[in-house]
Ligand binder design. Structure first.
Ligand code: SAM
Length: 478
């Protein structure tokens, strides 16, 4: 630890005292107030915002200034002088090294409280909403073992030095050998152990995403929480691999709980766990899970909410708000494989799901059939094109549910939606900042009535929100 007494500044708690702007290399005392994007600590030094590499709200730290940007300073913590009263012991042995679970050493109630406060601030600052309604919260207790999908990467060196696990913080090129993971099902770590043992006795090289060399890319483990089905997908490059069949047999005997295993070849530079060729070693090559009373068939790369139990709470809210009387027609935009549509089908008279990805639309239709649901139809279309078509014929839409990707709604989709003027919009969002931006654009026509935060991702800065918007008197015909 370096200490430079000459450069040490004392931080005033009010942050109002005039101070010499710190220089690179200065050591300063900071009070961490919050966390920001990617879980960085946020503090103030005089009038400057300081982002720290770690640190939790309530910590007093000594930190070294390592960079000065236009709007903020960047600092690395040298010492925690006074730990936050909300600090707890992190359970996981990989905590600190692992790039996931940034908040595992913060009391879970405080995590949720802070995430909800962030939503409130975003609605005020980005959404420019003066009177934010009370936010209901659905936490996940106990906050462990919630992920139904884990994607592990290979790292290290061929043979006994091979590692299979997660990325260390800020290092997407490497992976550390995982022994446990508290947010995943225990069976995921058992698969990792079996796969590591297998490759420790071989000479297969881990794939290097920068050099585009090596064989072994990912192991994806997906679990049907309600069905106990387990799918394992090993992704490699297209280098020759003589031990492929041996691997399939090993997995079957070492992990008897695995219900299907497959091998995907991805030789593109895109470092993703999908690929051109697929070989099924055993089982059906897909798995099933249920959301409420509905069963879904899920393809190895098919989208499915990663926290099954919280998704059920989230979708129940969407049904309560979008189909209150039980006799509505509801439009489910960005419907994926039809999970919200099927949930809606139990109350609504008719549901129309719209989704861009054709494979997901085909899966949505199969899911409706498999569950004997006859009041849902699914359309493969871009949501904006679909809305424009409906706007062109002067339609007033029925109640709408939207569940767009992280980027939120396209501004033209917001405008067209406002022009079609559905009585209510139920907006499901995994990115409350973008939700707030879209609410601001909708403001002349829609008012935020209620909002529920659903913590799908304990120990990370992420949270899901579902907002209920009600149309004001006039439609936006401008
Ligand atoms: C967050 S997912 C929601 C899926 C679904 N509601 C669920 O919970 O399973 C977003 C979906 O939007 C789809 N999507 C992305 N862009 C789209 C667009 N322009 N028009 C329609 N659907 C789109 C994606 O394929 C994805 O299925």
């Amino acid at each position: 630890m370096t200490n430079s007494a000459d450069h040490t500044h004392q931080t005033q708690s009010s942050g109002s005292e005039r101070k010499r702007p710190p220089r690179r290399g200065d050591i300063v005392e900071l009070h961490i107030d919050d966390w920001g994007d990617k879980g960085k600590g946020i503090a103030r030094y005089g009038r400057m915002v300081v982002l720290t590499d770690r640190g939790l709200p309530g910590d007093v730290v000594r930190a070294r200034i390592v960079d000065r940007r236009r709007r903020h300073l960047v600092a690395e913590i040298e010492e925690i002088v006074q730990p936050s009263p909300d600090r707890v012991e992190a359970r996981c042995k990989h905590f600190g090294l692992c790039g996931g679970c940034r908040l595992q050493d913060l009391d879970y109630n405080k995590q949720v409280e802070t995430k909800v406060e962030h939503i409130r601030q975003q609605l005020r600052r980005i959404g420019k909403i003066d009177s934010v309604p009370d936010i209901d919260v659905i936490p996940y207790e106990p906050p462990y073992r919630y992920r139904n999908k884990m994607e592990f990467s290979f790292g290290g060196e061929a043979g006994s030095g091979l590692a299979l696990g997660l990325h260390p913080r800020n290092n997407y090129r490497e992976a550390f050998a995982l022994e446990e993971c508290w947010i995943a099902d225990e069976r995921a770590a058992q698969v990792v152990q079996a796969v590591q043992t297998f490759f420790a006795a071989g000479d297969e090289e881990p794939y290097d995403p920068v050099e585009h060399t090596g064989l072994l890319r990912f192991v994806v483990v997906r679990i049907g929480v309600h069905t106990d089905e387990v799918l394992v997908n090993l992704v490699t490059s297209d280098r020759p691999w003589p031990r492929a069949d041996e691997f399939g047999s090993m997995l079957k005997s070492a992990c008897p709980f695995v219900t299907t295993a497959l091998w995907t070849v991805n030789d593109s530079r895109a470092n993703i766990a999908t690929g051109e060729q697929r070989t099924v070693w055993f089982g059906p090559g897909v798995f099933h899970d249920r959301l409420g009373p509905y069963e879904f068939e899920i393809a190895p790369t098919g989208f499915f909410q990663t926290n099954t139990r919280q998704a059920e709470h989230l979708f129940a809210k969407a049904v309560e708000w979008a189909a209150p009387s039980g006799d509505e027609e509801v439009l489910d935009l960005y419907c994926g494989v039809g999970s919200i549509s099927l949930f809606l089908s139990q109350r609504a008279r008719h549901v129309v799901g719209v989704e861009l990805h054709e494979e997901s639309v085909a899966a949505a239709k199969r899911n409706a059939e498999r569950n004997h649901v006859t009041n849902c139809e699914f359309i493969a279309a871009d949501a904006l094109d679909y809305l424009r078509e409906r706007a062109a014929d002067g339609s007033i839409l029925p109640n709408v549910v939207v569940d767009p990707p992280r980027a939120g709604l396209h501004p033209k989709a917001v405008k067209t939606l406002c022009r079609c003027g559905p009585p209510t919009i139920t907006y499901v969002s995994c990115n409350p900042g973008n939700l707030a931006r879209d609410l601001d654009l909708m403001k002349p026509v829609y008012t935020l009535n209620r909002l529920t935060a659903v913590d799908m991702f304990p120990h990370t800065p992420h949270i899901e929100a579902v907002a209920h918007l009600i149309r004001s008197e006039r439609r936006d015909d401008t």
